[in-house]
Write a protein that binds this ligand. Structure first.
Ligand SMILES: [Zn+2]
Length: 579
């Protein structure tokens, strides 16, 4: 390229919407919105903060972030190399920039994601920084504004990135409880784990003109369904038409719009005294100690220590068609199951079953993904991939359990949430996000067992629990090994390598603190001896559930929050303190 061509390129820019050649300074003056066709080009986090904050009001929050490579992840490049390159390219330490500011004179805490930094992916550091911003909003008693731009969870941090969906969601739940407004502003693009958590479980959801948001990306949906996508699929106007956002806002109107919302929230907020924190009785302190919450865990019961299996071999075992399903366990582990149907909003999803049952004569609510053993079963159950109706049915049953004072047991076995066109139209991301948030505050004991496949956000929608158990040959992952291989390796045949890199086996997840206990499987695997598997699962459920029954609900919720807060905090604390 000649010097002249290079200079010309700096002066001019071609609009991605209408291909008009635009003078760059003019485009900048117009907030990077094409004056010809209105195309909103993407903004980095620094520009976005300048755009939203009143001049001179922005105070950036400390952004020293943990050096997180918890999995020592290597695909064709080691993960730290990718981080270094992203930092050099953007000048940012991570994919989010946080601060406090006033917007139209109203104070707020802001976290703004930057898509240029590894696709705005949600990792431990990003989750930690957003959580701290939410906690700052709570301390200052001001609203929280989140501006999202993300491809989803960060694969290179595996299940720990998945946990951030819960960590940030529970910080949002705390603001909800305190009567403080939370607003998310969806910018282009917002997908995956970010869409299925804090982008949609805020009080208000605004979409910037031209933004697209969804749980599954268009490429995945086309691949899975084999169908062409409708015109304008997942765009801001589509989201508005399908009831998923409060409004679509032009970039130039965004600050004024936020100012008006913050003003209303400030006017309406009753002055209330903060609820004093309940101090636990000594007895309950001891119980709290019995419930591990510091990354330590007891060994896998009195069963044999799990033998080391190759991760890919474990993936295949977890997907074995003979593996017991939720309905099998409802028959073998529980008694007197009474199935409850429907989301009360127009649907009943066959991929999720739930209802009342007894576990050793104790009444419980059981909710689980249902696959099947034959192709016909699997098709009828949508392969255990829940629709929004399935997530909303689960939500209804969780809330009902809490009202009745019954503990909740969830059985997770899903390749992931349904990535279909209808699922997107019906708000898959928001349905998952609401379940995650609700579980972080559900005032009744929750025990989760990953029985087969724990696939990403769909698994976490049933998996935010006081105790998370995992069958020995189950897997739990932020993305399928095939999906990960397709993105980070030259092709899908690298799935076995991806399976190893993702650290998705029970022993790995126990080490990372994502899972509390492994339930050993008999013989070679659960499908060889379902009766013995059921006996072991029942014993493990009782051992984990019984101590929780004596813990007062407020204490349970507090301990559960500590459990999901530690994935960022302990690492960040250790790293920052070491500097
Ligand atoms: Zn244009």
């Amino acid at each position: 390229m000649t010097a002249t061509a290079g200079q010309a390129e700096q002066l001019w820019s071609r609009c991605a919407g209408c291909a008009t050649l635009l003078y760059r300074k003019r485009l900048r003056r117009n907030l990077d919105v094409c004056p010809e066709c209105g195309e909103h080009s993407r903004l980095g986090a620094p520009e976005r903060l300048r755009l939203l904050a009143d001049p001179g009001s922005l105070r950036l929050l400390p952004d020293r972030v943990p050096e997180a490579d918890p999995l020592e992840f290597v695909d064709v490049l080691p993960y730290p190399h990718r981080l270094t390159a992203a930092r050099a390219a953007t000048g940012l330490p991570e994919a989010v920039l946080c601060g406090t500011a006033t917007i139209g004179g109203h104070p707020a805490a802001l976290a703004v994601m930057d898509f240029r930094f590894l696709g705005g992916s949600l990792g431990v550091a990003v989750g930690e920084l957003i959580t701290r911003t939410a906690e700052r909003a709570l301390d200052d008693r001001v609203p929280l504004v989140l501006v999202t731009a993300s491809g989803g969870a960060r694969m290179q941090e595996g299940a720990l990135s998945l946990m951030q969906m819960a960590t940030v969601s529970q910080a949002i739940a705390a603001l909800r409880e305190a009567g403080l407004l939370t607003v998310s502003v969806l910018t282009d693009p917002t997908y995956g784990g970010v869409a299925a958590s804090f982008a949609t479980n805020t009080d208000l959801v605004l979409a910037e003109s031209g933004a697209r948001m969804g749980f599954a990306g268009p490429r995945v949906i086309r691949q899975v369904t084999g169908r062409a996508l409708p015109e304008g699929f997942q765009t801001a106007d589509f989201l508005l038409r399908h009831g998923q956002v409060d409004m679509v806002v032009q970039r130039r109107s965004l600050r004024g719009c936020l100012a008006a919302l913050l003003a209303a929230a400030r006017a309406g907020r009753p002055t209330r005294t903060p609820v004093p924190r309940q101090e636990p009785a000594r007895h309950h302190e001891r119980l709290a100690e019995a419930i591990p919450s510091d990354g330590q865990r007891p060994s896998a019961g009195d069963g044999p220590q799990p033998t080391t299996h190759d991760a890919w071999e474990t993936v295949r075992t977890a997907r074995h068609p003979g593996r017991p399903t939720t309905l099998d366990y409802l028959d073998s582990v529980f008694d007197g199951f009474v199935e409850l149907h429907g989301d009360r909003l127009g649907g009943d999803c066959p991929a999720v079953v739930g209802g009342l049952a007894r576990l050793a004569s104790r009444h419980v609510m059981v909710i689980g993904h249902q696959k099947g053993h034959t192709t016909a079963d699997l098709v009828a159950r949508n392969f255990g991939m829940a629709s929004p109706a399935g997530h909303r049915k689960a939500l209804r049953l969780m809330r009902l359990a809490a009202r009745l004072g019954l503990p909740v047991i969830t059985l997770v076995d899903t390749p992931g949430a349904d990535p279909g066109i209808n699922a997107e139209e019906q708000g898959q991301a928001a349905a998952i996000a609401e379940n995650i948030l609700t579980l972080t505050v559900l005032p009744t004991p929750v025990v989760t067992v990953i029985t087969g496949e724990g696939g990403s956000g769909g698994a976490l929608a049933l998996g935010v629990a006081d105790r998370v158990l995992m069958l020995q040959h189950a897997v739990y992952s932020v993305i399928s090994p095939e999906g990960c291989a397709a993105i980070l390796w030259p092709d899908r045949s690298a799935a076995p390598q991806a399976a190893r890199a993702l650290r998705l086996t029970a022993p790995d997840l126990c080490r990372l603190g994502v899972v509390d206990e492994i339930v050993p499987e008999p013989a070679t695997a659960a499908h060889d001896d379902p009766a013995e598997t059921a006996r072991r699962l029942r014993a493990a459920l009782l051992a984990n559930l019984l101590p929780l029954l004596d813990v007062p609900p407020a204490m349970l919720v507090r301990l559960r929050r500590q459990r999901f807060r530690r994935f960022g905090a302990t690492r960040a604390g250790a790293q920052v303190g070491a500097r």
